[in-house]
Ligand binder design. Structure first.
Ligand code: BGC
Ligand code: BGC
Length: 662
């Protein structure tokens, strides 16, 4: 890992890095990290902790032999709870359900744990009441990507980018285990996590779901996460994990969501695959496929959408890498495979996808797939293999032997003390101090008189980002997070009766006299997936996208009171102008519900800052074409103990980036 205590003078590497993702020979993150002495150049032979069990395999074969084609295709189908009833699960033998982002029992955003459990119970019971010879329990999957984030009152942990900054694999394991506990408390046994994308360009709207651009770190985290979440597979506090999105999701051209990853095979192996190696070594039971496509720049050949890539899914993942669990498709992703529709894609099944996420149109999918098998377009052997894999996973988790429903109400598990203190610890460890010049007032005193500024400072949603109660993290407010602390409440708690905190969103007309420090919060609006893309040629400059943050800072900067800036963002952004106007600058990522984790460090109560940048930090609005694209390299992060001496940074105000040659 790079351990630089000073800003980068020469940004060549980052430039090569970004240019790489533009197509001119992508330079893998591992090349930067130096952690992998000898990066793999071929698919490695992996050790799998969970061996096949002969008696279990015999039982599975017997069950599959007794199933009708319709029952088998039903098992391969996953529907969203908004589009399916328990009765339909029974009638159509559905193998799985999910709640997509913003799907709650009864459509109620504030559904209680009891509501979740009741719905899980209804679906489970329905699946055990089919007319199949051997009843097969339905399995419910959910996007628990930073805690059980679709559930009201659940403690939400920092998004992955913050955990990447914390550089603490054991902490990642503890969070994965606590997340499993939250999920199990609602009667759900499958989490669509971890995301092991190795993001190459922060324009991607899913950058915050990525731990780091360092494949070695991602691999290490994946092992810890999967082991801790899955435990012994049958425990009442474990869920199965789903490593996603296979393969190359973080490497798309210019960071476009669901875009085209241009890389050689070796670059796939070295940069994008290590997270899967880790997850497989941890015993992961499910793998979700990526929306992206792959163009093999070595062979100069487009390989099309990953959902149709038989070589990588069947020959590599299930063959060379020895994965014996189930492969699930992403949300309506099959329709993007050439020649497919939302309800019809023999290519995807033949490529090796076992369970198809067809959230709404599942009925038609079942009918059309049955015809495919009858016509021989999909071989029966492929269907049988898919169903066996699904049953193997269900059997290994003990779903056949006991109901997934928690014994008593486990409501307290959603935000128990250990949930909240662990999340708070994670927040503290994730903060990266980028600037701490002589005039910095850090650490703050409990007796201080503080002015808090910024639109994102008195609400919790900017701390949470996407995948928080709703898909986008929008259409929610503080009322949906009664237990959470935003910056205002966290600061008030920190000073107690000893100090004083005043708040102004825009700092208009505020007299700064008498304040010891100004704390300015800058924040991105929450987003998820493609809605978070900063599409080229848009500028990566935060002030360009959020001029109000800039204006508020300008009103308090240089007025004689020291200024600390805290940035909530799902990605590193270009912020030279904001850094220049601040005496201290903190990248706080998307910390989740426990805002006190931030104040713990600001007031010097917790240990010193320990976060290190998980990605290179841009030094230009358009890093793709800049001469100095990097300001701070991955691994950079200051300590309070030592003041930095960051001079005035150059500022570019580029609104639109220059056109690129394809
Ligand atoms: C997301 C779902 C979400 C849906 C909303 C999908 O792309 O993955 O979680 O519910 O869009 O339309
Ligand atoms: C996302 C996945 C997610 C799924 C289900 C998709 O849009 O890409 O990460 O697991 O929706 O919500």
């Amino acid at each position: 890992m790079t351990k630089r205590a000073s800003p980068v003078k020469n940004g060549q590497l980052f430039r090569a890095f970004l240019i790489g993702s533009i197509g001119a020979g992508l330079l893998g993150g591992s090349a930067l990290s130096g952690l992998q002495a000898k990066p793999a150049t071929d698919w490695p032979a992996l050790a799998h902790p969970i061996a096949k069990d002969a008696a279990m395999e015999a039982r599975i074969a017997e069950i599959v032999a007794g199933m009708t084609l319709r029952q088998k295709i039903g098992q391969m189908t996953q529907a969203d709870i908004r589009s399916v009833t328990p009765d339909q699960v029974r009638e159509h033998y559905l193998g799985s359900i999910l709640n997509g982002g913003g799907a709650w029992p009864g459509g109620k955003k504030q559904a209680t744990v009891a509501d979740w459990v009741a719905l899980a119970d209804a679906h489970y019971k329905a699946s055990m009441a089919t007319d199949m010879k051997v009843k097969i329990p339905v399995i419910w999957g959910t996007d628990a990507v930073h805690g059980h984030n679709n559930v009201f009152k659940a403690t939400l942990f920092p998004h992955n980018i913050g955990l990447g900054a914390a550089r603490d694999p054991k902490l990642v394991g503890r969070i994965a285990h606590l997340t499993a506990k939250q999920v199990r408390a609602t009667g759900i046994t499958w989490a669509f996590a971890p995301t092991v994308a190795v993001v190459q360009n922060p324009r991607w709207g899913r950058t915050y779901e990525s731990y780091s651009s360092d494949p070695a770190l991602v691999r290490q985290y994946a092992v810890e996460f999967v082991k801790a979440m899955q435990g012994n597979l049958t425990g009442s506090d474990t869920t199965i994990a789903s490593v996603k999105h296979f393969l190359g999701d973080g490497g798309t051209y210019l960071g476009k969501d669901q875009g085209e990853t241009r890389a050689t095979r070796e670059q796939l192996i070295r940069t994008h695959a290590p997270g899967y190696f880790g997850a497989l070594e941890g015993g992961v039971q499910t793998v979700m496929i990526s929306y992206s496509s792959w163009t093999d720049t070595g062979a100069g050949k487009p390989q099309g959408k990953m959902h149709g890539n038989r070589e990588l899914i069947t020959d590599v993942l299930k063959g060379k890498l020895g994965f014996d669990g189930l492969v699930v498709s992403d949300w309506n992703a099959i329709e993007q495979v050439k020649g497919c529709t939302r309800t019809h894609c023999p290519q995807a099944i033949n490529a090796g996808i076992d369970m198809i996420m067809v959230p709404d149109d599942w009925k038609q999918f079942i009918e059309e797939t049955i015809v495919d098998v009858e016509k021989g377009v999909i071989p029966t052997s492929r269907i049988d293999d898919a169903v066996k894999r699904i049953l193997r996973v269900k059997m290994r988790t003990g779903l056949f032997d006991r109901s997934p429903i928690p014994a008593a109400s486990a409501e307290a598990d959603m935000a128990s003390d250990v949930m909240r203190t662990t999340a708070r610890e994670a927040v503290s460890k994730s903060l990266v101090l980028l600037k701490n010049n002589k005039r910095s007032p850090l650490p703050l005193k409990r007796s201080a008189k503080i002015l808090l500024v910024g639109k994102g400072a008195d609400k919790v949603t900017p701390q949470l980002g996407g995948w928080s109660l709703t898909w986008q993290g929008d259409e929610t407010d503080d009322n949906d997070y009664p237990l959470a602390d935003d910056m205002l409440s966290a600061l008030q708690k920190a000073v107690g009766d000893g100090g004083k905190v005043d708040f102004s969103a825009d700092a208009i007309g505020v007299d700064l006299k008498g304040y010891d420090a100004v704390l300015v919060v800058h924040a991105e609006r929450p987003y998820a997936e493609m809605k978070g893309d900063i599409s080229y040629p848009a500028s990566l400059r935060h002030s360009e996208r959020y001029p109000d943050d800039y204006a508020a800072l300008e009103r308090v900067s240089g007025k004689g009171v020291p200024v600390v800036s805290v940035l909530f963002s799902g990605r590193p952004v270009y912020a030279n102008d904001l850094i220049n106007m601040s005496d201290a600058f903190i990248a706080a990522w998307l910390p989740g519900t426990e805002g006190q984790g931030v104040t713990d460090v600001l007031f010097g109560g917790a240990k010193d800052f320990q976060g290190k940048l998980p990605f290179d930090w841009p030094g230009a609005s358009c890093p793709e074409t800049a001469r100095k694209p990097v300001l701070f390299r991955r691994g950079y992060g200051l300590k309070l103990a030592k003041k930095s001496n960051l001079g005035r940074l150059p500022e570019d105000g580029v609104e639109t980036c220059p056109a690129l040659a394809e």
